[in-house]
Ligand binder design. Structure first.
Ligand code: BYC
Length: 322
């Protein structure tokens, strides 16, 4: 007798509760598939759009060593995007459809990449804070229930820790430098601190997807838990740099064993998510331009593939005749 959807869903949830990995060909509820397409494709988009703010500084890196490290980092982000688009494709959506949604502004990517990178110190602050936040968010995702996503995260996290260190080292060098260099590092921290806290998403009480995603083990920690962890880890790092986090309410709380921190400006977050951040238009325009400029490469690759196919068929015909 065929199982009802309710029975299949119960069996599916039991597999997740036992800690089994869900693979692309396994039966899964339609909502599980859809929310994974949503989150993983948004994540892939973030990696690709996330290349832009840092690519902006490759030609202006102060030394050859810095340039090489920054180039490698930006290239790594492209790789992360590709693993994640591939993982999403296993759920039955094509890469072209995901690109189309990104380019038309329908698909989301992380709010953080809609802020400008104004000085070299921003390369330090982005590596330290943005990649630092990414690691905190993504380490729990190495245990996410969907196999291809979990496996992609293992490699991504290894690379992100190199990125975080190169960013922190830039900050450390600036902070040990002249007064002007230290001021530049402080200014970058002032601009990137609050947007970095927003990366973790809205407060749990207002998060649309957290509750269900925790049940499916798509998310292993909530937005607020991860944000708190980030603050607790990052504050001592700022102290080592001798920099001040721009939050007068940030203080150690003996009772909770965590740092308390000030109110986040959620209206700014939603403005950016809705497309009205400082750089939203430029980011989308840059992605669209890259897509249009790459048309001849896609055409040439397709023409080559068609030609190869035609030659193969011709050879097979000749074999038959001969
Ligand atoms: N920006 O119910 P919620 C990187 C949306 S790449 C924009 O809590 P969820 C890096 C959310 O999509 C960093 N939108 O959602 C790359 C939802 O809208 P929809 C990217 C956001 O999914 C290059 C609505 O708000 N990392 O690190 O349960 C260089 C309600 O939110 C944001 C990932 O993508 C945001 N910040 O939780 C350097 C990690 N936050 O979809 C570094 C994987 C929320 O209903 N993703 N929204 O239209 C996640 O862990 C989760 O998706 C989130 C959000 C924690 C981000």
């Amino acid at each position: 007798m065929e199982k009802s959807i309710a029975e299949l869903e119960a069996q599916f949830q039991a597999r997740i509760d036992r800690g089994e990995s869900i693979e692309p060909k396994d039966w899964m509820p339609e909502k599980y598939r859809k929310t994974h397409i949503r989150q993983i494709s948004q994540h892939a988009n973030s990696e690709i759009v996330g290349m832009l703010p840092e690519a902006n500084w490759i030609t202006r890196a102060p030394t050859l060593r810095r340039k090489t490290a920054l180039l490698a980092k930006v290239q790594d982000e492209a790789g992360h995007g590709l693993y994640l688009y591939s993982a999403t494709e296993t759920l039955g959506i094509s890469r072209d459809e995901m690109y189309e949604k990104l380019h038309s502004g329908k698909a989301k990517y992380s709010s953080i990449f809609n802020y400008p990178t104004l000085t070299w110190a921003d390369m330090g602050a982005v590596g330290w804070l943005v990649d630092g936040a990414a690691i905190i968010n993504q380490v729990p995702l190495t245990r996410t229930s969907f196999g291809p996503y979990a496996r992609a995260m293992v490699r991504v996290c290894k690379e992100e820790s190199f990125h975080q260190r190169q960013g922190y080292e830039i900050m450390l060098t600036l902070c040990k430098g002249t007064e002007v260099q230290k001021a530049m590092a402080q200014d970058a921290l002032n601009r990137w601190w609050w947007p970095s806290l927003m990366m973790f998403g809205p407060p749990d009480a207002e998060s649309t997807h957290t509750a269900q995603s925790m049940i499916w083990k798509l998310k292993r920690k909530t937005n607020d838990e991860l944000r708190q962890l980030f603050v607790d880890i990052t504050k001592p790092q700022a102290d080592i740099l001798g920099l001040t986090i721009p939050d007068p309410d940030l203080k150690w709380n003996e009772e909770t064993g965590h740092y308390d921190f000030g109110e986040i400006d959620w209206s700014e977050f939603w403005q950016v998510v809705k497309g009205h951040g400082p750089m939203n238009k430029q980011r989308l325009a840059a992605r669209n331009k890259a897509w249009d400029d790459g048309e001849w490469v896609r055409d040439a690759a397709l023409a080559y593939a068609d030609k190869q196919e035609a030659m193969k068929e011709e050879k097979q015909e000749l074999k038959k005749v001969g």
